[in-house]
Design a protein around this ligand. Sequence first.
Ligand code: ZN
Length: 408
Amino acid sequence: MTSQTLEVNARNYRWMNRPVVVVCVDGCEPAYLDAAVAAGVTPYLERMMRTGANLLADCVVPSFTNPNNLSIVTGAPPAVHGICGNYFFDRELGQEVMMNDPKYLRAGTVLAAFADAGAKVAVVTAKDKLRKLLGNKMKGICFSSEKAEEATIAENGIDGVVALVGMPVPSVYSAELSEFVFAAGVKLMQTQRPDLMYLSTTDYVQHKAAPGSPAANAFYAMMDGYLAQLDELGATIVLTADHGMNDKHGVDGAPNVIYLQDVLDGWYGAEKARVILPITDPYVVHHGALGSFATVYAPDEASATQWIARIKEVPGMEFVLTRAEAAARFELPPDRIGDIVVVSEQSTVIGTSASRHDLSALEVPLRSHGGVSEQRVPLICNRPVKGIESSRRLRNFDALDLALNHAQ
Ligand SMILES: [Zn+2]
């Protein structure tokens, strides 16, 4: 088995000679790690960054959770795997539909390919929304912290998860939801020793707490202990993030929002433009469905061209692109984005209509993501890596390449 190489989505992966764990820390702006290390609360991460490989990579834009998690497990951009947000507008159906269903996935995962070839594979996610996509057509263990109690052999490849982990199932809005992922990962490594494991957390803490704040440092200190245990168990660990995270508010604490649907309605009348925010999902409490990326459907190409010129003039915009430009620049599936793609700059988010965003649930000034400003993420490994050319633009979806091809 050890000489075997698998080809998945036109990339080759070498068979592992020890367990490989890829960790996607949701919303892990690189500054979180730097601040935690500087504060001395993450001795294992400090060692990992010092003695292994401490790199930076670019995530996929839109810098949202699902497109990036799917990129990491397929080793490919959304143009290949098809998942470019939580939502898109299906023109044929005339409906806004969720992209959480595996039927929207256009590529197989590296995880499923290794499982098919005989590897023992395990996936643990914080939120259940990702579970079916990540575990699509994969033999092995796949469950979420959120629905850990409901895990069955038939559906998840494992049962008795709560007893195994020894931790109560946390609230979906908590730091503990991510801790459960790490605790489960360690227990799985101790009891089942998967050849390949993917752990994916939630950005509840990162949406609320800036790098270096007590809550953020406590989160990374928690993580540090579990990573150290995985290292002691002999795993090769690659840690990356789905996206970064930035403040999206003014000095007064109020969010900087461009309500793009209202803007376009004001210019051209109601019901001409359709603004879609692909960040929209069933869990909006911590970001109010506000991020730095939106896509706009126009009635025809001439309108789109005219609108682009005008949207570019709105203060706070960073990129306003045609469908073709956005598909090429960000490697997106053209049929699942609108006629216009709008990316706002670092401190600004894009909304639809003011009346459609409930900001009352935001307990702290808005921090969010979605734009190019959240594209830089850590890519670190607990072992030195060989054969990475210094000119190479690393992506977070090179995590498996790094772990399997360069860290052994
Ligand atoms: Zn995320």
